[in-house]
Design a protein around this ligand. Structure first.
Ligand SMILES: NC(=O)C1=CN([C@@H]2O[C@H](COP(=O)(O)OP(=O)(O)OC[C@H]3O[C@@H](n4cnc5c(N)ncnc54)[C@H](O)[C@@H]3O)[C@@H](O)[C@H]2O)C=CC1
Ligand SMILES: O=C(O)[C@H]1O[C@H](OP(=O)(O)OP(=O)(O)OC[C@H]2O[C@@H](n3ccc(=O)[nH]c3=O)[C@H](O)[C@@H]2O)[C@H](O)[C@@H](O)[C@@H]1O
Length: 459
């Protein structure tokens, strides 16, 4: 089928950037991104591109180039479904917070609603593309919903998981390691492959069956997260043995079989997907009674929770076993640099722990708003919203956040943190002035020369 019109349901961190890049490279295809969230759609349509709901380096330029030409953002979901030959489902699939599988399984209600919406509206044949990350065999459920509409429309279902990382989404989309398409119909696969082939070399477009494609996405995230938990486990051992985790990571990373990427020890991985996808993998494995498989992968999450916890424990212990009434300055709240996304950020959990010990936290993050910080804390439900407001404030400048603080906690690896006037920060802090570098971005000896007591991960 020659595709001239695409609809993408879900205008989030994946739907927005992915469709913008497809639009840029396929000017002959009209792409409409739809969402039930009217506020989000209005932000995507804002003339001031600094107000786009997703911050990604390079995204605003591509949106400016394509918007109102062949890229449109709308809340009119039904019209977009009706007129498109290909429909991407790119809605959120968070961990279930209720019922069976609570805290483990992916909540597929949004995906199912999309499938039902498509089934209701479609009057012509459609290719339905799973872009959301889904448990293996979800295509079966989508297929069943679509095929039971009785309206004579033929649906081809493809799995086309997304591998972009936030903060580098545009570069990842423009230069992907591979594009994965799983499906049964060769013709449908060809249609999707030719859209990508307008900028991705054909040999990088991989075809598999539906189930391999769905499972490959979960497996990729599990392997990536496993590397972080592995190096973080070693970081704790380093702290007890005078080995240096940066040196260990370099030494093992030079082995071409191991490779150097994803070996940065940190306060713990965050982001909307690693934890959710591994929990989902564990849940699926348990559902087949594969307990050894499930336990093996669950350990990646257990190690990550431990890493976050031991960061705050170490901070408390170093500050003479109490942080009660002390000001702790946080640099960074986002789960990684170059994004405004805070989902599952380690900062949230470390702050929550420190506030439970009655610390006052002052946060500076270049891209995260004060409202978002409060929403993240309130979501945990540990204390009242009023208490979160009392204990956690957001500052407009790093210098304000760190003034009179007993300690600095570096939670995100924003490049600008390295360029600050650390002599000024030291002068303005309570003494002894401590730095807990959760990202190993500052130079230990320079900080010690200034006068700081400097602690980092695995050193
Ligand atoms: N964030 C990331 O870096 C990556 C995410 N993924 C996967 O992509 C999927 C989407 O993730 P994000 O874009 O981060 O989520 P998101 O939460 O930023 O965006 C999802 C959007 O879908 C909309 N939505 C939900 N139900 C809807 C419905 N029935 N009709 C219309 N709109 C609806 C929501 O309002 C929201 O704006 C998830 O399955 C995630 O696991 C995959 C790779 C990377
Ligand atoms: O499915 C998804 O959502 C995406 O999840 C990750 O992307 P993302 O979470 O956006 O960002 P990463 O760069 O993977 O970082 C995840 C977390 O791990 C941390 N990290 C990463 C690398 C490292 O060496 N050490 C480390 O602590 C980061 O700071 C961050 O908190 C994957 O890298 C993407 O391929 C995938 O598409």
């Amino acid at each position: 089928m020659k595709i001239t019109k695409i609809c993408c349901i879900g205008a989030g961190y994946v739907g927005g950037p992915t469709m913008a890049v497809i639009a840029k490279n396929n000017p002959h295809i009209k792409i409409t991104i739809v969402d039930i969230n009217a506020e989000r759609i209005a932000a995507w349509n804002d003339d001031d591109v600094s107000k786009l709901p997703v911050y990604e380096p390079g995204l605003a330029d591509i949106v400016k180039e394509t918007r109102h030409k062949n890229l449109f953002f709308s809340t009119d979901i039904n019209t977009a479904i009706d007129e498109s030959e290909m429909i991407f489902i790119s809605v959120n699939t968070p961990t279930k917070t209720y019922g069976k599988g609570k805290g483990m399984a992916s909540d597929l209600k949004h995906v199912e609603l999309c499938a039902r919406n498509i089934a209701d509206i479609a009057k012509t044949d459609k290719i339905v593309v799973e872009k959301s990350t889904l448990p293996v065999r979800t295509a079966q459920a989508i297929k069943s919903i679509l095929e039971n509409t009785g309206n004579g429309v033929t649906f081809d279902i493809l799995s086309n998981p997304e591998f972009l990382a936030e903060g580098t989404a545009i570069d990842d989309l423009l230069h992907p390691d591979r594009i994965l398409i799983g499906g049964e119909s060769e013709e449908a696969i060809d249609s999707l492959a030719s859209i990508y082939a307008s900028w991705v070399p054909r040999e990088k477009i991989l075809r598999t069956n539906l189930w391999s494609s769905e499972l490959s996405k979960l497996t990729a995230n599990a392997f990536l997260a496993q590397r972080i938990s592995s190096i973080n486990a070693i970081s704790e051992l380093c702290e007890h043995t005078e080995a240096n985790v940066n040196e260990v990571a370099k030494a093992i990373g030079m082995d071409s079989r191991i490779g150097s990427k994803f070996l940065k020890a940190s306060v713990g991985f965050g982001g909307s997907c690693f934890q959710k996808d591994i929990l989902n993998l564990v849940y699926v494995a348990r559902s087949y009674s594969l307990n050894e498989v499930a336990n093996y992968w669950e350990q990646v999450i257990i190690m990550n929770d431990h890493q976050k916890r031991r960061f705050s424990d170490r901070l408390i212990k170093t500050l003479y076993n109490t942080v009660s009434g002390k000001k702790i300055g946080f640099l960074g709240w986002a789960f990684k640099k170059d994004t405004n996304d805070t989902r599952e950020s380690a900062a949230i959990y470390v702050a929550d722990h420190l506030v439970s010990e009655q610390a006052y936290i002052s946060v500076y993050d270049p891209k995260v708003s004060a409202v978002k910080i409060q929403t993240d804390l309130n979501y945990l439900n540990t204390r009242t919203e009023a208490d979160n407001l009392k204990y956690v404030e957001s500052s407009n400048t790093p210098y304000e956040a760190l003034k009179d603080a007993h300690a600095v906690a570096i939670m995100t690896e924003w490049d600008e943190f390295k360029t600050y006037d650390w002599v000024r920060i030291y002068k303005d802090m309570k003494k002894p002035a401590f730095i807990f570098d959760g990202r190993n971005i500052l130079d230990k000896s320079s900080m010690e020369t200034i006068g700081f007591e400097y602690y980092s991960i695995g050193q």
